[in-house]
Design a protein around this ligand. Sequence first.
Ligand SMILES: [Zn+2]
Length: 360
Amino acid sequence: MASNDTLSHAKSPVNRNVKHVVLGDLLFQTWYQSIYPEDLVSKDTNRLYVCRWCFRYSCDTNSYARHTQVCHHRTTPPGAKVYDHGGYSVWEVDGECHKLYAQNLSLFAKLFLDHKSVFFDVVSFLYYLLVFTDPKDSSYHILGFFSKEKLSWDANNLACILIFPPYQHKQLGKLLMGVSYKLSGWERDIGLIGGPEKPLSEMGSKSYSRFWEERIARYILRQESEAMGTKDSSQQKQKNPKGARKRHPHEIITVQDIGLATGMLTEDVITALKGMGVVEPTTPSKRRKSQQTSGENGPDDSEMVIIHKSNVLDWAKAHNVALQDPVRAEGFLGKLAPNSSKECTPSPNEKEDGDGPDDE
Ligand SMILES: [Zn+2]
């Protein structure tokens, strides 16, 4: 099992085998120990050179420089592009098809992840790379990634997430989280409601809480906006998300309504609502009313939380949450379903790569 982990970091580094990494033309400090083979990377390595395209590594600057001249992924990442909008794209890499790539990515990521992660069982995981393409010269940069089990019994839509340190604090984690929910396909008939693998690290928990809060706020904002639109023009028929019902701001909405509309687990919805401070004490009359609006299969009392939309709207205003989701629906490409049948064909380049992690 993989561990979900941090998007950001504040602690001082301790006991690391690699002290710094050179990724392309960036030099930065590592945070944690990784499990690079000791015959290739000594326990006391000051600088490890890592290819910014394929994550191959070397302690030797000359061998690193030679590799970057011939790296097979210089011009394009492996796998298939599943999302592309505003210069940012997301590439799906099957760990089975690109085993060496996935292992090298995992080894690099472990330098910034506290928990144990998956290194060699990469075949059962998909990796989603966040890529920025520079409009000036069309060169591309991998900014981070998340991994996901191909088959998760717990409906986890994400196992491990990392934005590389030089690219943190730019809201990019939220972009990947949004993509992970979209990929779990909750908007379609076969959609699954899911969430990140638990337990979350401290920073992961903080990042997710804010993401969930904004996701809920955006959903309520969108509902209000659509309700206003409908009021303005009866001909205007906007797509209403699954489970969403048009109501006024003072009306009660249930956790289940929100979960269905946003693809979020009940527990995550409750965490977010509590974080927003919009949960109200439940009274028997409100509980009855809410159960009526939710139909026969309403939530049991333990999942019952009452909120007023107007409080959520106030929260959204106070926190400058925009109606527009940073993840654009029109940015998704091809088949959305990671579980749909795909051909697993390693690229010719991957076959030529050889077995050693540091081959040239
Ligand atoms: Zn490379």
